[in-house]
Design a protein around this ligand. Structure first.
Ligand code: BES
Ligand code: MN
Ligand code: ZN
Length: 497
């Protein structure tokens, strides 16, 4: 979707669909929507009156213009209650309206800035959220359909008659486009099947991105991984016929920076559970176990475009987790890169083993701050559902920055405790620790294990198992891979638009 901004009266814009909006409960629209209503002889107020259009968030109505204005049709998007209005509402309203426009086979769509007038939202934020909603909301995954259905909107024009808002609206729209495209790329990687998206495929993706975007890339092979002493990561890869890849992408800012942020993504391209095999229904969606990797890799593409003043290192320890003659057995003891030993009690707790070495590597490479994103535990999905990720953090400043970025980006986080007492649960009789700590508090046990490898550096662990893969439409993202964490990472590393 091409995105542009113009300063004009919406009554003058030629397009297939013009999107305006309405707060819930408003009977006679004001602002831009009021102007369109008057130009259409009061049709919008009439539909509100006669058909009971309420302006609920996600609701849309369509009005034909019959040539009264140069737009072929008008879509009115409900913004929900004015008291609850925020960027999340803008994304959903914009998504619903853009979906309707796509259903109407619109190729050129014009939209007002939701909430930048009557809603009082800064034009920059409104433009960003409007564009994110339109691009994320109309995503389709049809790569494997012989006869793809549906329609793509070719062009989105953001229209505002106030020239003083132009620069802000343009900057917000540009950021929204970059972020939303990154989100959709992550969704493509997650939705593509594990027989295609192998560790080698992720490595190729990283190499292609590096050459296109001007990033540095290193891919370590099995021998390198073993030579570096990454025994925890290597142990997960042993049962798979697919070779593991340890992927490092580095962005260096134009002006030298003394700060390096490492972002680490769990990259299990398929999690069968290994010898501690999952049952059929738990295994069914385990192609999504590389959602953390998808988030960090696609966010790096956005970072290369936005060029923030900080050095960023993206790390993915990519492998499948499969059973097989060479697979790691329950009871095996492995040694991670920092020398610590882990007893593998359950081969299905593989994510923390790969993250142990990935986080160690980040520390060794001089990261000042480490954020990992991982579909780590079913327990976190049970605790928080699919609407937010669990946030575990050993540093209050990093924690509060991430929480704020979560709110701003819409990739919501909820703080969970790294409760020291529970370290007892992962103590092993035969090694420094074991990779499971029983059913109770299992998301916390995962965080406690990974913390052992951060060596006291400011570190955050985002358990994205819930939001990574959505089982039903949430108003912005449809079923399937969601690209959770991509917008959060961009906000965290680049700041606001
Ligand atoms: N990838 C799974 C976690 C997961 C579960 C993600 C459901 C998304 C939805 C992870 O590797 C796993 O299997 N975790 C186990 C850990 C347990 C064996 C300690 C879990 O949470 O059941
Ligand atoms: Mn597992
Ligand atoms: Zn897993």
């Amino acid at each position: 979707m091409q995105v542009s901004n113009i300063t004009a009266s919406i009554l003058d814009v030629a397009c297939d669909v013009l999107i305006v909006n309405l707060f819930e409960g408003v009977k006679s629209p004001g602002g831009a929507t009021g102007a369109v209503d008057r130009a259409l002889g009061g049709q919008i107020s009439e539909i509100i009156e006669r058909e009971g259009f309420e302006g609920k968030l996600g609701q849309v109505m369509t009005v034909r213009t019959g040539g009264a204005i140069p737009a072929r049709a008008v879509v009115v998007a409900g913004l929900g209650k004015a008291e609850k209005f925020d960027r999340g509402a803008v994304r959903k309203a914009s998504a619903a309206a853009a979906r309707r426009a796509a259903e109407m086979k619109a190729s050129k769509v014009a939209t007002i800035l939701h909430g930048a007038g009557i809603g009082g939202m800064p034009a920059r934020q409104s433009a960003q959220a409007t564009v994110e909603g339109a691009i994320i909301g109309t995503y389709r995954f049809v790569a494997y359909k012989s006869e793809p259905d549906g329609h793509d909107i070719a062009e989105l024009v953001i229209v505002d008659n106030d020239a003083s808002k132009f620069a802000d609206a343009e900057a917000g729209a540009a950021r929204g486009r970059i972020a939303a495209e990154a989100v959709n790329r992550a969704r493509d990687l997650i939705n593509s099947p594990a027989n295609e998206v192998t560790p080698s495929c992720l490595a190729d993706y990283a190499r292609r991105l590096a050459s296109e975007a001007g990033l540095d890339v290193t891919v370590l092979e099995r021998e390198d991984i073993e030579k570096l002493g990454m025994g925890a990561f290597a142990s997960v890869a042993k049962g798979s016929a697919q070779p593991p890849k340890f992927i490092v992408l580095t962005y260096t800012p134009p002006a030298p920076s003394d700060r390096t942020c490492a972002i680490v993504g769990k990259g299990i391209t398929f999690d069968s559970g290994g010898l501690s095999l999952k049952d059929g229904s738990s295994m069914a969606t385990m192609k999504d176990d590389m959602s953390g990797a998808a988030a960090v890799l696609t966010a790096m593409g956005a970072i290369a475009e936005i060029r923030p003043p900080v050095k960023v290192m993206a790390i993915v320890a990519a492998t499948e987790n499969m059973p097989g003659g060479r697979a790691t057995r329950p009871g095996d003891i492995v040694r991670a890169m920092n020398g610590k030993t882990i007893e593998v009690e359950n081969t299905d707790a593989e994510g923390r083993l790969t993250l142990a070495d990935a986080v160690s590597y980040a520390v060794r490479e001089g990261a000042d701050e480490i954020v990992d994103l991982a579909t780590l535990t079913g327990a976190c999905v049970v605790a928080l559902g699919r609407g937010m990720s669990g946030l575990f953090c050993n540093d209050p400043s990093l924690e509060s920055r991430l929480l704020a970025c979560g709110k701003a980006s819409g990739d919501l986080l909820w703080p969970l405790p790294i409760f020291d007492d529970y370290f007892e649960n992962i103590k092993s009789d035969v090694a420094d620790m074991k990779n499971t700590g029983g059913r109770e508090g299992s998301a916390i046990a995962g965080a406690l294990l990974i913390r052992e490898f951060a060596e006291g550096k400011p570190w955050a662990h985002l358990d994205i198992a819930g939001p990574a893969y959505i089982d039903k439409d949430n108003g912005l993202v449809g079923k399937g891979g969601a690209g959770a964490g991509v917008r959060l990472l961009i906000e965290y590393l680049c700041g606001p638009a």
